[in-house]
Design a protein around this ligand. Structure first.
Ligand SMILES: Cc1ncc(COP(=O)(O)O)c(C=O)c1O
Length: 369
């Protein structure tokens, strides 16, 4: 028998939600509202759909390995040389590549306690050590991260806004932090939810590329651009030598032809992104009001989801919501078992979620008496 390496027994794997069709079958209901993965409730940029249709017949060809045209477009958009840009099949995969390529035996990757679980999962594929620090008011505590840095630290993972709490590190604080990070430590700055930020004091990743060679910016097309199912995102390395090193672990043809084409079209569709931003803001305001009315604690968010901290078992609430056809994410795997994360949906979905949540809270209160 082929021996499975022992190290894999301890591996934590990313557990996504059930496919929608499967959930419908299991529940025996037609209408399911999926607010569990921070997808765009308004679908795909229409310009991207048009290109996908048009280019479908060309998929018999291998795609360009370096995503030539998209890289060129990003290069002119940011004013950064093409050699600093790496396009991959989603930013989660790029995070894994960077971590796998750079973490040597015994080196450390550090982040906050309640954050995107891929950082932890990426670290376990290395022979390095994963370090976390507690959070302050559900936000990154950058001073604590600085305190924990050592000769062994190689990567600091930062999601801004943070997933699952939606909190934002402000520019001044981030500037001070960057000045203090030693240059042997790579700051991996993950802006997956950048398009949803409305705080003018947010630190824009591209502003740090010039001064800090130890900086890499990650962005994705999965959220506001509506291309989660296409799998495409990118990294911009301040130092092209680090990109070159990471590129060595990238398999051939990592990004499909259609994804590359769709991303280029989506980049040119600012109307769709702006609409998504505006509707998301309205949705958040509605959800804040309703969560307040229900007496639930939550964290105000700079992203397209809200972290809710109920007074009773969060997992039970998530389970009962599922039975009513509303899927939200319990955040235990994100280090936050006390809460759940709900994606801001369309207004109709938000209303259905609130209605289901209200029913669930009533049921739980009835059952406990
Ligand atoms: C903080 C953060 N980074 C990265 C990603 C990954 O996005 P993708 O792999 O779809 O580009 C997500 C997705 O949920 C995220 O929340």
């Amino acid at each position: 028998m082929v021996k499975i390496p022992e190290k894999l027994e301890k591996y934590e794997v990313y557990v996504p939600g059930k496919p929608l069709e499967e959930a419908k079958r299991e529940l025996g209901i037609e209408k399911i509202i999926k607010l569990a993965s921070n997808e765009n409730p308004f679908g795909v940029s229409p310009k991207a759909v048009e290109v996908i249709r048009k280019e479908a017949e060309n998929v018999y060809l291998y795609p360009d390995t370096g995503s030539y045209y998209l890289t060129k477009k990003l290069s002119s958009l940011y004013g950064i040389p093409e050699e600093n840009i790496l396009v991959g099949p989603g930013s989660a995969v790029i995070i894994k590549w960077i971590t796998f390529a750079l973490i040597d035996d015994g080196e450390e990757g550090i982040t906050a306690e309640k954050t995107f679980l891929i950082y932890r999962i990426a670290m376990q594929e290395t022979r390095g050590k994963f370090v976390t620090v507690p959070m302050k008011d559900y936000g990154y505590d950058l001073a604590s991260i600085l305190d924990k840095l050592s000769e062994k630290t190689k990567i600091i993972f930062i999601a801004n806004p943070n997933n699952p709490t939606g909190t934002l590190i402000k520019r001044r604080e981030f500037d001070n932090f960057m000045k203090r990070v030693p240059d042997h430590v790579l700051v991996l700055y993950d802006e997956a939810y950048r398009e949803y930020i409305d705080d003018p004091e947010h630190p824009r990743g591209e502003d740090y590329l010039k001064d800090y060679p130890n900086f890499v910016l990650l962005r994705t097309f999965s959220k506001a651009y509506g291309l989660a199912g296409m799998r495409i995102g990118y990294a911009i390395f301040a130092d092209a030598k680090i990109k070159e090193a990471v590129w060595k672990v990238v398999p051939p043809f990592p990004v499909t032809f259609l994804a590359q084409k769709a991303a280029i079209a989506a980049l040119g569709d600012s109307e769709f992104v702006e609409m998504s931003f505006r509707e998301n803001l309205k949705g958040k305001e509605y959800l804040y009001r309703e969560l307040d009315r229900l007496g639930l604690k939550f964290v105000r968010s700079q992203a397209n989801f809200i972290f809710v901290i109920p007074p009773t078992d969060a997992r039970e609430i998530v389970r009962r919501l599922f039975k009513k056809g509303v899927i939200v994410r319990h955040t235990r795997a994100f280090g936050a078992p006390e809460g759940f994360r709900v994606t801001v949906g369309s207004m109709e979905q938000n209303k259905d979620f609130i209605k289901a949540l209200e029913d669930v809270l009533e049921e739980i209160s009835r059952d406990s008496h």
